[in-house]
Structures are given as structure tokens and as C-alpha cells.
Design a protein around this ligand. Sequence first.
Ligand code: PMP
Length: 420
Amino acid sequence: MTEATAAAHQTPEHPERVAPETDLMSKFDRLIAERQALLDSGVTDPFAIVMEQVKSPTEAVIAGKDTILLGTYNYMGMTFDPDVIQAGKDALDQFGSGTNGSRMLNGTFRDHMAVEQALRDFYGMSGAIVFSTGYMANLGMISTLAGKGEYVILDADSHASIYDGCAQGNAEIVRFRHNSVEDLDKRLGRLPKEPGKLVVLEGVYSMLGDIAPLKEMVAVAKKHGAMVLVDEAHSMGFFGPNGRGVYEDQGLEGQVDFVVGTFSKSVGTVGGFCVSNHPKFEAIRLACRPYIFTASLPPSVVATAEASIRKLMHAHNKRQHLWENAKRLHGGLTQMGFRLGTEKPDSAIIAVMLDDQEQAVAMWQALLDNGLYVNMARPPATPAGTYLLRCSLCAEHSADQIDRVLAMFQAAGKATGVLS
Ligand code: PMP
């Protein structure tokens, strides 16, 4: 460091402060430059979208413009349900705005117990534990279940929270090819027999909206003596006769050891959970650091979650409408000639695949300018270097809105040269 730079880092309040030799922030220079290049090209910053007003589960004002929301994971449209909102207001009035503490100490209120009971009822399972987010549920469950000398076997396209759960724990990590039953079988077969093994799967993979062949995978896991955890974040409420998820849809009740989920999608608030029938499941609360060492959810949040989960048990019409919307959008986009992440409308996520970042950004901006918000996703979050515009449907989208969305995709596709 030169004298001049050292002097520049001394302040009148801290004359002794000297800048460190290496700026730890310099590792972000490439990211800063990439983002700046994107902004210099004149596009709206896709990572700084502000919802200035939210009018309903499907409509918001963004940059002063009425916009249809098609990228929110608000699958069942519960965020504006009057009963859900009322439950939150009542809890705010009765219990205040926050808990000020961990579930283990002063942070368990009436409605934390009530929402865990609602989860037991929804899933028909004996155990339910609520976490502060779905991210923390995966972090906590995976790092706590699989310890030193044991194994976590996960799909290569797993969500970041699953990878981070592996990183937080001490188990050995084994990855298998996305949705490959054969590769899962092969990799499990190479492991020593005795140590504990946890196979981690997702019902719906959120980048392409494809579903896992859970039936075959659970059979393979069981053959090798592994326990199974399934993250059903993107399926709760509308897969299976009771909306429990892909595992229920594929007839796997009683065969999955742990189901992880979130309140941030179909439930319409924030929070995460794990449910299980394991007789010792409660012990997780005693050992799980992301459960113990953080504050519990505010009473208003758990009260809204409880009201929402109980309504989701009977939301058959909404479920049906959501699937109709998925079919309508998938069919329309396919007909126009867009390349999609799945051949059929397998889930409520429909991913439009584009060739490169330039195409993705141009399409995304054209849609936004016309009043449509979708999620843009790019590597490393996406599989195999793909650039995606991810659409997620809501049970509250009307058929007319979907038709308007399709017209906007057609116009944007033509304007950007993605469609010929
Ligand atoms: N699992 C999966 C598969 C997810 O997609 C997400 C969030 N997108 C999470 C877990 C984390 O959920 P939350 O938003 O509640 O942290």
C-alpha cells in the first residue's frame, strides 16, 4: 500500500485505521461488470423489480404500469384470500408483530402450534416442524439427518437450499444425473452397506418444471436401505388427491420418510416445514441448528399459513383451474413454436427455452414493456447452460388473462426475432 492510499483510508475519527492489503470485495468485480454491461444495454434491471402496488395475486403495478404476474409461485392465489388476511390481522392484534425469540425459548406462540397441527392434518402425518423459511427447512433437515460417515445422495439439479444443506452438514455427498433412476441405482450400489443414507429428491424441479419419477426412485432408494426426503415446494396444494404433492400423486403415501415444503408458494406467506411419520421425528427440534438458533416466524405469518393450509385442503376448484391454465398456456406457446422445458404441462411452471442471454433479455424486456412479468433464469441457476423465461401459473389467472399473455408472447417473439 502506498502512503497516499493508506492516508485515503484514515479518517479523522479513526486515524489508526489502515486499509487491508487485499480488498475482499474485489472478487465481485466480474459480477459488477456483467451487471453493468446488462444495464448499459438499456434493459430494466431484472434483479431490481419493484412491485409498487399489488392489486391481486395476478396483477401488480411495476414501473408505473399495470402488469400481469406470471412469475410469482403464488400457485393457489392465497395471498389475497379474505380469511387468510383476517387470520393475520387477528394474530397481529392479539399477539403483536413478532416473537423476539427461537422456538426453543420464548418463540413458540399459540399459532405455531396451530400451524403445525394444520400441517399434520393436511399431510395425514404424525409429525410437523415449522422453520423460518423453506430454505432453512432443507438446510436444517439435511444437515441434521445425515451426519459424519453417512451419505446424502442428491439429484444434480437440486435447489440451492439442498446443496447448502449438504454443505452445512458433515456427511459425504454423492450426486446423480438429473432424474436418472439408473444413475441413482448405480451410485447407491457403490456405497458401503452399513452407513446411513439419505436420498434427497424434489417433486417438481423448478427451473424446467419437470417432475421426478419418484415411484421408481423411492423403490431404488428402499432397495439400497436409504431413507428418502422429498422437497415438494412446487407441488403443494395441487398434486395428488389431497394436494400433498407429487409423492401423493404417484401413490407413495407411507413410503417417503420426510417431506419438506414452504409457505412461500401455494400457501402464500413465508416459512418452511418438514412433515414425517417417523416416531422419533420430534428429536430434530433438539439438534437442528437452523431451527434452534434463529427467531421464529411472527404470529401473523403462522396464523395466515394455518388459515391458508386449512383452505387448501378443500381447494378442489382452484386446483382444477390451475391445471386448466397450465394446459392453456403450454398448448398456446407450443403452437406458436416456442421451445418449452417439458413436452406436456407437467406442473404449474412452464419454461420457455432461449438460445442465449441476448435473446432471453430481449424477450424478457419486451414482455415487461407490454405489461407481463415472468422470471428470467440463466446459468448457473439453470440446468445445462440454458437461458429461460419461466412462467408460473396461478389458480386465479383467468382464461382471458392467459389469452392476453399468449398474445404478448407472440408479439414479443416476433419483435425480437425469436419467432419467425
Ligand atoms: N426448495 C425449493 C425446491 C425451492 O424452489 C425453494 C424456493 N424457490 C425453496 C426450497 C426455498 O423456499 P423458501 O422460499 O421458503 O425459502
